[in-house]
Design a protein around this ligand. Structure first.
Ligand code: ADP
Ligand code: MG
Length: 223
């Protein structure tokens, strides 16, 4: 099967006043179907910059980004929105859940936006949350959940539309070590169970080692 993600020659520079920082200097990366890849790098190495480019969240970069076989780097806004909605799921360091909606509603909403009917969207949200041990928290708002529970809801939301590729930027970076281990293990189990691929940015060697493959971002390139 062809790669879920194929990045070639990705470059990104930031200009501040007269200073230009070359954050990405020609990044190449392929992720196979079902593969979970750790993107390991020190703080400031460009992990978030790389995920923002692949997530089609930001322009200003050069290179090729093929997502599920489609060249996505130079799509217009509507095309980017379509690829993000149909192919990608996102998990961030902070959960970014909608505060006025319940856990289940937070997982239902992206499905409704993608055109799902109400009943199956609720059933899928429930199944995902139950798989993450949150069956008893469906009707809780985010403020009533622990940090680990909030992040599990964010994981369920990311997988709601059966994305080919989940992009996770320090998904457990806001949790204590013990909770981070548990939530990451559940994230990996769910991604594997769903048959999705994932690219997971972390600065933590120990967490990176739990994934199928580790790539290291250093001085703007992957090793
Ligand atoms: P990481 O996620 O690995 O910590 P980032 O991708 O956030 O790294 O940042 C990489 C480098 O790019 C850093 O030197 C950072 O200061 C710089 N940078 C990130 N975003 C911007 C921006 N919007 N404008 C200018 N510099 C930026
Ligand atoms: Mg970052």
């Amino acid at each position: 099967m062809s790669d879920v993600l194929a990045v070639a020659g990705l470059t990104r520079s930031y200009r501040q006043a007269s200073v230009v920082i070359d954050v990405l200097r020609g990044v190449d990366l392929a992720v196979a179907p079902g593969e979970i890849v750790a993107l390991l790098g020190a703080s400031g190495s460009g992990k978030s910059t790389m995920l923002q480019a692949i997530g089609l969240l930001e322009g200003g970069f050069d290179g090729s980004i093929r997502i599920a076989g489609e060249e996505a780097a130079r799509l217009d806004n509507a095309g980017r929105t379509r690829v993000r909605r149909d192919r990608l799921g996102f998990v961030y360091q902070f959960h970014h859940l909608l505060p006025d909606f319940t856990a289940q509603e937070n997982v239902v909403l992206p499905q409704m936006i993608a055109g799902a009917a109400t009943a199956p969207a609720h059933a899928r949200a429930r199944a995902l949350l139950e798989a993450l041990g949150l069956g008893h928290r469906l009707d809780h708002r985010p403020s009533r959940l622990s940090g680990g529970e909030q992040q599990r809801v964010a994981v369920a939301r990311a997988l709601a539309n059966r994305p080919a590729l989940v992009l996770a930027d320090e998904p457990t970076g806001n949790l204590d070590e013990a909770t981070a281990d548990v939530v990451l293990a559940e994230f990996l189990r769910l991604v594997r169970g769903e048959g999705s691929s994932a690219l997971v940015a972390t600065h933590n060697e120990r967490l990176a080692a739990k994934m199928d493959r580790v790539v290291r971002l250093k001085e703007g390139r992957l090793a």
